[in-house]
Design a binder for this molecule. Structure first.
Ligand SMILES: [Zn+2]
Length: 359
């Protein structure tokens, strides 16, 4: 064993504070990458702009062929460097400035951490480290997401169940409208395409819009949720059934003595797949709830009153009679629409709720 090697090993067994007194001390050693220091490292680097002074970083030279693991990637703005010098790179020339965008790395064979410029190591060493880092970060993020979301699954299932009466109401009201008010729907769908979710009548005044002359469109009311209610095929009860099955399956998969324990038994691939499935299901569930809410707004008294105003407007060529009868709305026109929309309290009282901030 060489003299310097023995010295290194001796130093490694000493506390960092004592070891630092030694003249050729080059930083503490670690049996595994000190990931737990990532946060402290970032804070240190952000505060002083001098990551090379972080206590866990070695100041020696590192061969460009030495395999390494990335602990952190960072970029220091030059204005943070009070001396205006770049950060020294262990790969190129320890002791003199070389980079601003680099990596804090761990060399497993040397059991030390170093700072190097982003692409300073040999290409294959650098590429292997990048690949491993990307995979590890993806996996860690997925794991963190799962640990945060899995315990909320019973609440998510409860939120879906709470939407069931509203979903039933939405399905029935939309079906009734589509069955009994064909002419009205065709008229509204046409203006919907051109003007969005507004109730429009046309004035005598002629204007040029999108290059053609037309009677000036006047908005007399809003029709929130109309795109869904009039144009998109709906089946809320079936959607709910589907979501319920999805969330139950995810819940079963996440059940265990503890979530973390259970996740620890899964392969990397399984963790990534589970997180993907969970994210997708959550997006679907939120879209489902938003759609029910849109239908709630469509069948609200406010929208029905706008429809009434529009139907009675003398400029409206599609005269429509909307009347309120004991909370129900009767809609009819000369073209043959004739529908009675009953109030559906469960739909009107529907409030969107989800146990966490949507992703
Ligand atoms: Zn370098």
């Amino acid at each position: 064993m060489s003299m310097s090697k023995r010295k290194e090993e001796e130093l490694a067994t000493q506390s960092p504070a004592r070891a630092r007194d030694q003249s050729n001390y080059s930083g503490p050693t670690f049996a595994s990458p000190p990931h737990h220091l990532r946060k402290a490292f970032f804070e240190f680097a952000k505060d002083g702009g001098r990551p090379e002074d972080f206590f866990a970083v070695s100041n020696g030279r590192l061969s460009k062929q030495e395999p390494y693991i990335i602990i952190a990637e960072f970029k220091i703005p030059i204005k943070k460097r009070l001396d205006g010098e770049y950060i020294p790179c262990a790969n190129c020339r320890p002791g003199s400035g070389k980079f601003l965008e680099g990596r804090w790395i761990y060399a497993p064979r040397l059991r030390r951490t170093f700072l190097i410029g982003r692409d300073c190591a040999d290409k294959s060493v650098s590429a292997a480290a990048s690949r491993e880092f990307r995979n590890r970060m993806t996996y860690t993020a997925a794991l963190e997401n799962l640990v945060a979301i899995l315990p909320l699954l019973p609440q998510m299932i409860a939120a879906l169940d709470a939407a069931r009466p509203a979903a039933t109401g939405a399905d029935r009201l939309v079906a009734k409208l589509r069955r009994d008010a064909g002419p009205l729907i065709r008229t509204l769908a046409a203006t919907l395409k051109q003007h969005g979710e507004y109730l429009i009548v046309f004035d005598d005044e002629v204007v040029v819009q999108a290059g053609r002359r037309m009677n000036k469109p006047i908005r007399v009311g809003m029709l929130p949720g109309a795109t869904l209610a009039l144009q998109v095929p709906l089946a809320f009860e079936r959607q709910l059934q589907h979501l319920r099955v999805l969330f139950n399956a995810l819940n079963d998969a996440g059940e265990a003595p503890t979530v973390k324990e259970r996740l620890g038994r899964l392969s990397v691939q399984e963790v990534l797949q589970m997180e993907k499935a969970l994210k997708k299901s959550e997006r679907q569930a939120l879209q489902f709830l938003q759609n029910i809410d849109a239908i709630r707004r469509f069948f609200s008294p406010a929208t029905m009153r706008d429809l009434q105003k529009w139907g009675e407007d003398p400029r409206n060529t599609h005269r429509t009679i909307v009347t309120e009868e004991q909370g129900s709305w009767s809609i009819s026109d000369v073209a043959g629409s004739d529908v009675l929309i009953p109030t559906w309290p469960a739909l009107q009282n529907f409030k969107m709720s989800w146990p966490r901030q949507p992703i």
